[in-house]
Design a protein around this ligand. Sequence first.
Ligand SMILES: Nc1ncnc2c1ncn2[C@@H]1O[C@H](COP(=O)(O)OP(=O)(O)OP(=O)(O)O)[C@@H](O)[C@H]1O
Ligand SMILES: [Mg+2]
Length: 295
Amino acid sequence: MNTLNTTVTSEADVPEEKAIPVQDERPAETVIEEGKTVGTPFADDPKFKLRNVEVFYGEDRAIKNISLDIARNEVIAFIGPSGCGKSTFLRCLNRMNDSIDICRVKGSLQLDEQDIYDSKRDVVELRARVGMVFQKPNPFPKSIYDNVAYGPRIHGLANRKSDLDDIVENSLRKAGLWNEVKDRLDATATGMSGGQQQRLCIARAIAVSPEVVLMDEPCSALDPIATAKVEELIAELSESYTIVIVTHSMQQAARVSHRTAYFHLGHLVEVNETDKVFTSPEHELTESYITGRFG
Ligand SMILES: Nc1ncnc2c1ncn2[C@@H]1O[C@H](COP(=O)(O)OP(=O)(O)OP(=O)(O)O)[C@@H](O)[C@H]1O
Ligand SMILES: [Mg+2]
């Protein structure tokens, strides 16, 4: 394991004689030990077992030797400053990075002890098991009904029209959208408001009963009422599913997650029980972030 001394404060880049006085108690220089995550990054019976993961965009290493377990039925929140690698790491979990030409993933990534990156793996099946909700809603240019029915149809989950109707209704109910759209299921999805589109995408993701749902800032386009509905849904889903949520809202992380993982410049600095991260973080970088000193 390499050790990398990373200077993370801009003050340290300024020549000494010109150094700007530091206003807060931020340490002048903080060392991140590569591959060393403080706290509790490992679990007894993990859904995901991720070891020494590195992600490159061309020559640039965006994820630096991260090892983490994600437990079954846990909600884990990924937090950290913009550009620290949260989305990149999340996308490794269902091979969404495959679609980015210059992106290469290294290390060992297992779902239920099976290699996610095995060349023989069926990626369509993987993404049915590990669904994803993106920051920007991306409904298909189809009807509301057909958006939700899309996955169940291609995976053959319903034999009769009435079964498909039930899946569509249940998924829309869980996403808190049913009452708003039940009378216009044939309307095109792209005509909905941004917040409705996002809840539709959540309904579409859960319609195939995935084992894991990856959510990349799912509430950033939602109002507080829709946000509360999504958070309720997360709590409900976590009874049977595993959920990984990237969020810039620390209140949201505190409300919905069991564990929180703090990323910084491509490193995984700390993973701990969410209460601990927000009340007594172990790493000084985590503390600086949650107290708003940077990020
Ligand atoms: N498609 C891409 N091509 C090249 N570089 C990329 C690409 N996507 C991300 N990166 C780089 O990888 C690093 C991590 O980006 P990433 O989007 O994972 O960060 P993030 O933590 O999700 O940030 P944010 O909170 O702003 O969404 C950044 O330096 C970014 O510029
Ligand atoms: Mg992101």
